[in-house]
Unconditional design. Structure first.
Length: 668
């Protein structure tokens, strides 16, 4: 009875009861606010209003506030079981409300994504038509010669956007035909603008309407056979406005798709949270049962024996749930998470089989703990931590930036990869403690290290669409001696990098390859050399640092792919870039050079994985103006590095590196 409890317990129950009453009031107010919000949204967003109304009705029908009050009363009267039962019912009711709201939000996002995708396709068709009109105008003006007079970048963009073969261009239409086609495109643009008005962001509709206005002015000039006036600025500006609207649509669709992906990830994460809770309940019972005293015949007490007999069935139910989560996980198209879920299923299967024997000893407990740890790692990795430095730190200057060129795996996958790498290192530390090493344990660690390297390779191939992958494992004979210092490890890696890395490899690609080499060396040391010593552990620490660096680069890349950066264009023709049509829009005539002529830097360009096309025999001069356009940060770096000398111990490696470059140049 409450009056029989000591004062501390009574005070504790009173505090809990008061807290439950406060929650009951908050819950009642929340349901009332949902009703009010639903009425306010009825006209602006009927579907969302209906979902919110249904969610509020669930709370009222189940009497959640009154159940919360009942939990408070039970707590005050020290009826703990009744209080927990009422609280559980409230939690289930709140989960139903949240699920209803999540379903409604997901449906809204799916409908918006579908709408954006349709407009995106229509925009691609508009851009293709308008770029074709622009080409036809130029061809009517003066044929191929007139088209060749256009800035190279603009001409290439026009041809790419129109989908026309530059070596097999169709015959240009007559002016009346071009005018009629432009009129049709203008009508199409206004229709698309009307559809875009239904989007949450009014910017694309405004841009498309602006493009239609430019087309209308071009039509007036075409009807008067004023081709030059029709082309620049009306048709040029119309195409630019369409391209800008397309970029806005692309960014909006990417944002919605990211939100859908995040909701998928959140749903899966919550499923893993519940799975972990249930797995921990089984995990808590196993050591208890294992530590229970047995009778003379080696039998457990009846109640404990019954409980042990139920555990395999319970574990089997969790395996089914984990398998269902794995099917949902396919939606994320994740290499590492799919592998990790299979790893969880394997560990759970071992637990179930051992409990059925029945065995509750160390092997069963290790397998159960491994399942828990892997599930926790997946939960933690699904929480992405975006870098605060979302954009390149370089100030000013002409673009380029310091962002990695190679497309990186997702942050969540890299985080999960790192957590598993940490587990390998911790296992290596434990394996190094006994004087006599357990070869079976080292083989298991080495095999797992090899699996992680294979995962990294698959991640790289997936992220780069097969363009990049890890090379073969380093020669086992290159292994460092156990007494090697950190400096020896660095020297070996620097030498390998100087001799084997391509000059065009960027930082991200080099980082991934180096991580792969370190993983291979770790695997060989564990599985082949039976060496979990300090050097192996040092290499594994560096792997973790490497993966963390890749995570940071992935954060930067992901930030730049979001709206506000420059997302890549996946659908439709290429979009016009500043510098091509912009020159014409600013009043420059076809073929006209920029003031001051062209410098060697203007003539030089570097294609991806190619060599500069600058003329080595040209008169290359560094002008004051060119030096002035360099950012302050770049200028300072050049000035500081002008008188740097090579560190003595690396001089031989650096000399060999430049000598090999010179030899390759002479061979070419």
């Amino acid at each position: 009875k409450p009056e029989e409890l000591n004062k501390d317990t009574q005070d504790q129950n009173k505090k809990m009861s008061d807290k439950q009453n406060d929650l009951a009031k908050q819950l009642d107010q929340a349901l009332a606010n949902m009703d009010k919000k639903s009425d306010q949204m009825q006209k602006s967003d009927p579907s969302a209003s209906q979902a919110m109304k249904q969610a509020a009705d669930i709370g009222k029908q189940q009497g959640l506030p009154s159940k919360q009050q009942s939990a408070a009363q039970s707590m005050q009267q020290n009826q703990q079981a009744q209080a927990q039962q009422n609280q559980k019912q409230v939690e289930l009711g709140i989960d139903q409300i949240l699920n209803k709201l999540r379903e409604a939000e997901r449906k809204r996002l799916e409908e918006l994504a579908k709408q954006l995708a349709q407009i995106q396709q229509l925009m691609a068709e508009l851009i293709q038509r308008q770029s074709g009109h622009n080409i036809d105008n130029l061809l009517i003006q003066g044929g191929q010669k007139r088209l060749d007079q256009v800035d190279t970048k603009e001409r290439e963009d026009l041809l790419a956007m129109s989908g026309r073969d530059p070596k097999n261009l169709p015959a240009p239409p007559q002016v009346p035909q071009l005018s009629a086609s432009q009129e049709q495109t203008e009508r199409n643009a206004r229709d698309v603008a009307k559809q875009a008005e239904a989007l949450p962001d009014p910017a694309p509709a405004a841009k498309i309407t602006q493009a239609a206005g430019h087309m209308e002015r071009a039509i007036v000039h075409l009807r008067n056979t004023k081709l030059t006036d029709a082309y620049d600025p009306p048709q040029v500006e119309a195409l630019r406005a369409l391209a800008e609207a397309k970029r806005q649509i692309d960014a909006a669709l990417a944002k919605v798709q990211n939100q859908l992906d995040e909701k998928d990830a959140e749903t899966i994460k919550q499923a893993y949270v519940k799975l972990l809770e249930e797995q921990k309940k089984i995990g808590a019972e196993i050591p208890k049962i294992d530590g229970t005293a047995r009778d003379a015949n080696g039998d457990l007490p009846r109640d404990v024996s019954v409980k042990l007999g139920q555990l395999p069935t319970s574990e089997g139910e969790l395996i089914t749930k984990a398998d269902e989560i794995g099917k949902k996980l396919k939606q994320l198209d994740s290499v590492v998470f799919d592998w990790a879920n299979k790893d969880v299923l394997k560990a759970m299967g071992d637990v179930k089989d051992n409990l059925a024997k029945p065995e509750t000893g160390k092997p069963t407990q290790i397998a159960e703990k491994h399942a828990e740890d892997q599930i926790q790692a997946m939960i933690d990795s699904l929480v992405q931590k975006m870098s605060e430095k979302r954009f390149d730190e370089r100030g000013g200057g002409g673009g380029g930036g310091g962002s990695p060129k190679a497309k990186l795996p997702s942050e969540a996958e890299l985080r999960l990869l790192k957590k598993n790498q940490v587990a390998v290192r911790e296992g290596t530390v434990e394996a190094d403690k006994p004087a006599k090493k357990d070869k079976e344990q080292l083989l298991s660690l080495g095999t797992r290290q090899g699996e992680l390297r294979d995962l990294l390779d698959r991640l790289i191939q997936k992220a780069t669409e097969g363009q990049n992958k890890l090379g073969p494992e380093p020669d086992p004979n290159d292994q460092l001696p156990e007494e090697a210092s950190k400096e020896d490890i660095e020297n070996q890696e620097i030498q390998k990098g100087l001799l084997e890395d391509k000059v065009t490899d960027d930082m991200a690609e080099k980082g991934m390859k180096l991580t792969g080499d370190r993983m291979a060396r770790s695997r060989v040391r564990l599985a082949v050399r039976d060496d979990p010593g300090k050097v192996t552990q040092e290499i594994q620490k560096r792997i973790e640092i490497d993966i963390e660096d890749l995570i940071k680069m992935a954060q930067q890349q992901q930030a730049k792919s979001k709206p506000g950066g420059k997302p890549g264009q996946k659908n439709g023709p290429p979009q016009p870039q500043p510098g091509g049509q912009q020159q014409l829009a600013q009043g420059k005539q076809p073929g006209q050079k920029s003031q001051g002529g062209q410098t060697a830097a203007d003539k030089s360009s570097l294609a991806q994985a190619g060599d500069p096309n600058v003329d080595p025999n040209g008169n290359v001069k560094v002008k004051v103006e060119e030096w002035g356009t360099v950012t302050a940060r770049e200028r300072q770096a050049v000035q500081e590095g002008a008188h740097e000398t090579v560190i003595g111990k690396y001089k031989g490696l650096v000399d060999d590196y430049y000598r090999s470059l010179a030899e390759q140049a002479t061979k070419r």
